[in-house]
Design a protein around this ligand. Structure first.
Ligand code: KG4
Ligand code: ZN
Length: 335
């Protein structure tokens, strides 16, 4: 059980992704078929359209991953799949494809939590060193996760309303930027100064929870008030101010948690981990902690992919975690 080869499938949202991972760390193949173009004109992911695309793409993407790796199912030791959370119809396509492949080729089936996947994307960069803390920031989740050992997740703080990525996407929509808005806000923020004073939700003393809906509303109000007065709002300034607030809260709470939990590693995970402002702020803030290794995956491993699912699945495989053919998609699966 050392160099197991896992074929992993991820279809929780709007990417049909298949990867082949060897030994939990080596990417042999990594294919992502994005649907963003199909959802753009609706300003967000349309679940029905997502499911339909997954159905159309899944076989092609599996074939492509095998082709890239020069492998056949004889070389594959197990099939892994995202069980949840996510869009139920989207998850179902991946789960059923994985069950069909596992049954047809008589391979073990390994269910993976989507957020565990995001965290284990870091294992494709460097070995995990426990205890560690992961800052998970995606379109659906914002949480601080403490891990004493492999696949033991303790959520020490999470958002009470919007996820960070959700706030980015809604603010982008207010500025009439295309979906997904996160990267656009990020780009604008690089070009502006954070001159507008926006709220920061620190919540109660000692809390590692987050809240971004107040900030989101403050941005929307700022834009509407300016419009009513017939004033122009500089989108760069607004984006920079919004990003400054998000990054300030994320980095400050993460720093407190790193101190309290005395961890060896800090991992960044999830789609918003692609954010330039956040990456730079974390690097700066954690320079002085010579005992804490900050790990930030490349952009392609931050947004949804199946390589991260394969990395997490390796650990589960070695712990003999298996699903039966009764495996079902679980849109509300907890970590
Ligand atoms: O992890 P992910 O691909 O999907 C979920 O599991 O939710 O995250 C997608 C989210 C979107 O909200 C997108 O706007 C955001 O990640 N995102 C960014 C950036 N790149 C992607 N947010 C801020 N800055 C970015 N550069
Ligand atoms: Zn994700």
């Amino acid at each position: 059980k050392e160099n197991e080869v896992i074929l992993a499938i991820e279809t929780s949202c709007d990417e049909t992704a298949v990867a082949i991972i060897r030994g939990g760390t080596e990417i042999v193949a990594n294919v992502v078929a994005s649907q963003i173009e199909s959802h753009k004109r609706f300003g967000g992911v349309v679940p029905e359209i997502a499911s339909r695309h997954h159905v159309e793409q899944i076989t092609i993407v599996v074939e492509e991953a095998l082709h890239q790796s020069n492998m056949t199912f004889d070389d594959i030791d197990a099939i892994a799949v995202t069980e949840g959370p996510g869009l139920v119809g989207a998850l179902l396509i991946g789960v059923n494809a994985a069950k069909a492949l596992a049954f047809a080729h008589q391979k073990p089936l390994i269910p993976v939590h989507h957020i565990a996947g995001h965290i284990y994307a870091n294992q494709l960069i460097t070995p995990l060193k426990f205890p560690l803390l992961a800052l998970v920031v995606s379109g659906g989740h914002t949480e601080l996760v403490y891990m004493k050992e492999h696949v033991r997740f303790e959520v020490i703080g999470e958002t009470r309303d919007d996820a960070a990525g959700e706030a980015y996407d809604k603010v982008a929509r207010t500025l009439q930027l295309p979906y997904p808005g996160g990267p656009h806000i990020d780009r604008l923020a690089q070009e502006g100064e954070p001159l507008i004073d926006l709220p920061r939700a620190w919540l109660e003393d000692g809390s590692y929870d987050f809240s971004f809906s107040g900030l989101k509303s403050a941005v929307i109000n700022t834009v509407h008030n300016a419009k009513q007065k017939g004033e122009d709002i500089n989108p760069q300034t607004l984006a920079a101010s919004f990003q400054a607030s998000v990054v300030d809260v994320l980095v400050t709470k993460t720093e407190k948690a790193v101190q309290e939990y005395n961890v060896n590693q800090l991992l960044l995970a999830g789609g918003v981990a692609a954010n330039k402002g956040l990456r730079e702020a974390l690097q700066q803030r954690f320079e002085k902690y010579s005992n804490v290794e900050l790990v930030i995956p490349p952009l392609s491993l931050c947004t949804d992919n199946a390589a991260m699912i394969g990395a997490a699945a390796s650990v589960l495989y070695r712990k003999d975690r298996r699903a039966t053919m009764a495996l079902n998609a679980n849109p509300g699966l907890v970590l």
